[in-house]
Design a protein around this ligand. Structure first.
Ligand code: UDP
Ligand code: MG
Length: 332
């Protein structure tokens, strides 16, 4: 087996409009570098022609490999499958929509040669809507405060990992994968550089507001226990304020004689407490849900076909056809 130096892992979900352009650009960027490379495409259960296109690409070029999922399992699972597939000394993760410019690859490989285990290409936010920009900046500020690992704004999944970094990522078994956090958790020497944000070449982004929000919550919860701690703090403060309030009422009674305090206070207290209890229960529920999810130990994805399974199937089909021909020949 020839050794591969560079693996490029590309998760694809309904990317049939751009995949060919992407592939051409990628090859054009990689060939001049002069490394031996492979491209690992992962079709995340696309409902368009993506799978067929990948199959053709793999058939035409032995440097191209692919895995196709039985349904859409999400980008995190697709990246995991790609990392597992990769054999290179350096592994680059990138999107198929040309938002991660392949022209940056030589620079990343160069930095890797200088000994960095993680090379991060970090995008700025040019050309993004003002609301989305503001929201994501707030989110990252919050994440930096709360999370135990560091996650940088704009440092997405366009990065190069050395073999040992890949092995470290693969050794983390959790099923709720938030790779931005995982990459930061494994450590190693990391270097990053900024590039100007590019709009998607064709097709549509799969990240609507709701999906992004859920991804954000996943990120916050998968890396720390602080929300639970926060709930405890809130509870303690409430108890304290209740004690102070009681003292104040007692003092009032002693100094001014008995007055019936309004029911408004009572209702407010009940509602506030009820709300906080519900929220806390929700937070605990989230964690319990995650434990339940992890405890099932389900695989991250189900594979429909890969280039090798496809080749084997084609091989046995031809063998089958040949046997039939022989049969026909012998019976005549
Ligand atoms: N992707 C995927 N599975 C999904 C959603 C997205 O594999 O369920 C891939 C998609 O094909 C693309 C990359 O992840 O290569 C980034 O997706 P997208 O461009 O939609 O995200 P955005 O750039 O808008 O954050
Ligand atoms: Mg994109």
């Amino acid at each position: 087996m020839t050794t591969v130096h560079t693996s490029v892992v590309v998760p694809c979900f309904n990317e049939s409009e751009v995949i060919d352009a992407f592939h051409t650009a990628l090859i054009a960027a990689l060939e001049p570098v002069g490394t031996t490379f492979e491209i690992c495409y992962v079709d995340d259960g696309s409902s368009d022609r993506t799978r067929l296109q990948l199959r053709d690409l793999a058939a035409a070029d032995p440097r191209v490999r692919y895995t196709s999922f039985s349904r859409n399992f999400g980008k995190e699972s697709a990246m995991l499958a790609g990392l597992r597939m990769s054999r290179g000394e350096a592994v680059v993760l990138m999107d198929a929509d040309l938002q991660h410019p392949p022209e940056l690859l030589p620079r990343m490989l160069e930095l890797h040669r200088h000994g960095y285990d993680q090379v991060v290409a970090q995008r700025d936010r040019t050309g993004e809507g003002a609301v989305r920009k503001a929201l994501s900046q707030t989110y990252y500020r919050m994440v930096r405060r709360f999370m135990e690992v560091e996650v940088v704004d704009g440092a997405g999944d366009f990065r190069l990992l050395s073999r040992r970094a890949v092995n470290a990522v693969l050794s983390l078994p959790e099923s709720n994968r938030f790779s931005k956090g995982l990459f930061s958790w494994i450590g190693f020497d990391t270097v990053s550089f900024t590039y100007e944000n590019v709009q998607r070449a064709a097709g549509q982004s799969k990240w609507g507001g709701r999906r992004l929000l859920n991804y954000g919550i996943d990120g916050l919860l998968s890396f720390n226990m602080r929300p639970l701690r926060l709930a405890i703090h809130a509870g303690l403060w409430l108890v304290l304020s209740a004690v102070v309030y009681t003292l104040w009422i007692i003092a009032n009674v002693l100094l001014d004689g008995v007055k019936t305090p309004g029911y408004a206070t009572l209702i407010t207290a009940i509602v506030a407490l009820g709300g906080i209890q519900l929220a806390t229960l929700g937070v605990i529920g989230e964690y319990v849900g995650r434990i339940y999810h992890e405890a099932k130990r389900r695989p991250h994805y189900v594979i429909r076909e890969t280039d090798t399974s496809r080749a084997a199937a084609a091989g046995s089909a031809t063998a089958h056809a040949a046997a039939e021909v022989r049969e026909v020949v012998s019976s005549t």
